[in-house]
Design a protein around this ligand. Structure first.
Ligand code: ZN
Length: 436
């Protein structure tokens, strides 16, 4: 039987990347104003917007549910918040930026002096015009974030402080998009949906995941694909706790984050370090022509640390451009709609599609002529001496002994995977190779 090694990348490579990136950026712009947190209305609104793009099933887990060593927290919602001076001016106003409120702030209404207020104010002195993003998920607290310059301008006064929020038993919500392939083996794509108006951190990963799901939805697929849109840490822990059987089907996975800035790529390897996904991403980045760095696993960062906890030890790495905490705009108002750009978003999507193409087509073959090379010339398969096509055919015919995958051969030959994929298809059609 002749295998169908279909190019999943042809569609994206023939598309206008700037246009795709523009559509991704529009989705980010639509989601940007929503005040998200690990629970609450902002997550619902975000998932409802994604449901208009891709088929998404939504799960709700009650507060108080025990998930391994954690407990699903109370649901947080916020309607308004401000600090008002004695003249009735809102000097800090949630309606201007949702970053102004410490996420998960408990409700408060009080009058206080600047001295009393100050322990509850957070600023970034090194970037005096930016508002920091801060949270207090697991310790009940309240606070405001503001630019350092704004804090310095606050005069002695009697301030009215009001946070109109609620922290009550409710639900933790996440979304799943499942694409059924030929096999039950799954590829996991995971991104977090719990940050308010931050573009690179959370929204870029969401945009790349949504457009990857849209793209793959029309393709015949060997693996099944599960896209998770979940609140960071507690969402991944909750999903894993409730889906331990399904987690065993995950063969390969990627956490997507920080994929919209124009910097070089970073890939953080899975805990196991030499899995097919680790090698696939390294191979695609090596041949991408873009600057990149491969990082060994470490136990902090994004949700890969839950998927790679020793009990699961899944083959899940993390693809990003800049690394969390290593760009000045990280967790601040400067991570905005100007910081993420259409072309870097589209490039990130392209890298993901090439990785999926590799996973889908990474098969093993057996040469039908193990005793010396078959004569390629008489089959019109011997091109220019030293050409890439010739080299690909010779490497395939030599290493296809049933033990070497196309990725093994790509790594050893230095040739790009897609060249070997197309050459293997041709050699199969000429009955020189068969699938192992
Ligand atoms: Zn973050």
């Amino acid at each position: 039987m002749i295998p169908q090694l279909s190019s999943l990348t042809a569609g994206i490579l023939s598309t206008d990347l700037a246009a795709v990136g523009g559509r991704m950026h529009s989705l980010i712009s639509e989601l940007y104003p929503i005040c998200r947190s690990i629970t609450g209305e902002g997550v619902h609104q975000t998932l409802a917007a994604l449901q208009r793009e891709i088929p998404l099933s939504i799960s709700e887990v009650p507060s108080g549910t025990e998930v391994f060593d954690w407990t699903v927290p109370k649901e947080w919602n916020i309607r308004d918040a401000y600090i008002q001076d004695s003249n009735g001016n809102r000097v800090v106003d949630f309606r201007q930026s949702n970053l102004h409120v410490l996420s998960y702030s408990v409700p408060i209404q009080a009058y206080m002096t600047l001295e009393e207020l100050k322990p509850h104010l957070f600023t970034l002195p090194e970037h005096p015009d930016w508002i920091p993003y801060r949270t207090s998920y697991y310790k009940e607290d309240w606070g405001f974030c503001l630019s350092h310059r704004q804090m310095l301008s606050l005069a002695e006064d009697r301030y009215e402080v009001r946070i109109d929020s609620s922290l009550e038993p409710g639900r933790l919500t996440y979304g799943e998009c499942f694409l059924q392939g030929q096999t039950e083996e799954e590829v996991l794509i995971s991104c977090h949906i719990c940050h308010p108006s931050l573009a690179n951190d959370n929204l870029s990963g969401i945009a790349v995941a949504v457009f990857l799901a849209k793209y793959l939805a029309s393709m015949p697929l060997r693996y099944s694909y599960r896209f998770l849109f979940i609140p960071g840490t507690i969402g991944a822990i909750t999903w894993l706790a409730l889906n331990q059987d399904r987690a065993r089907r995950i063969q390969h996975g990627l956490v997507l984050t920080n994929l919209g800035d124009p910097n070089g790529f970073h890939y953080k390897k899975s805990r196991r370090g030499n899995t097919e996904i680790d090698r696939a991403v390294a191979h695609v980045l090596k041949h991408s022509g873009r600057p990149y760095q491969i990082l060994d696993f470490f136990p902090h960062g994004s949700d890969e640390r839950q998927y790679c906890s020793p009990g699961f030890n899944l083959a899940v790495g993390c693809l990003m451009r800049t690394v969390w905490g290593q760009f000045p705009e990280y967790h601040s108002s400067a991570d905005n709609l100007d910081f993420v750009q259409p072309l870097p978003l589209a490039e990130s999507l392209c890298i993901c599609i090439q990785v999926v193409d590799l996973l889908e087509n990474n098969r093993k073959f057996v040469t039908q002529y193990p005793f010396c090379e078959p004569q390629l010339g008489k089959r019109s398969l011997y091109g220019l001496a030293g050409s890439t096509d010739n080299l690909a055919r010779l490497w395939l015919l030599n290493l296809s002994d049933g033990d070497h995958s196309l990725l093994d051969i790509a790594e050893r030959s230095g040739l790009p995977f897609h060249v070997l994929r197309d050459a293997a298809q041709l050699l199969c059609e000429h009955h020189l190779l068969r699938t192992a």
